[in-house]
Design a protein around this ligand. Structure first.
Ligand SMILES: [Zn+2]
Length: 136
């Protein structure tokens, strides 16, 4: 997954598809720029989960709903993201996605898909994750 330049494909799958981390979510995780749309916030947050960047999760979480301490479940390995639908208004955006995961070793290995409808709000010129509802 690492190309000659040592720049892996972005965990979110890349936008456009196959884009490397430095060309996709990398600058957002590094705090160099802010993802410009609800979908790019969603992708960068997925990538933050995949690489274990709790700072980026905290930073992109709306202050009204974010936990005081964002902890990551290190036992989960994130395998891929699918954006199912998205919409964007002036102050609110919605993204439905499916995130594939696996955990455990050997006989205790498990895998699954988490589907969620996430709501993002525009605040002070930036999009933030507000909350999500699990889709069944
Ligand atoms: Zn990405």
């Amino acid at each position: 997954m690492i190309n000659a330049a040592g720049d892996p494909r972005c965990p979110c799958g890349g936008q456009p598809e196959g884009a490397t981390l430095s060309a996709c979510c990398g600058p957002y995780l590094a705090g160099e720029s802010w993802p410009p749309t609800p979908v790019t916030v969603m992708r960068s947050r997925y990538t933050a989960y995949a690489v274990g960047d709790s700072d980026h999760l905290f930073r992109t979480w709306h202050p009204a709903t974010r936990p005081t301490d964002v902890s990551l479940d290190g036992s989960l390995e994130w395998l891929g993201l699918e954006i199912l639908t998205s919409s964007e208004g002036d102050v609110e955006g919605v993204v439905e996605f499916a995130a594939h995961w696996r955990s455990g070793e050997g006989r205790s290995r498990q895998a699954g898909v988490m589907r969620e409808r996430s709501t993002f709000v525009h605040r002070a010129g930036r999009w933030f994750y507000r909350d999500g509802v699990e889709l069944t």
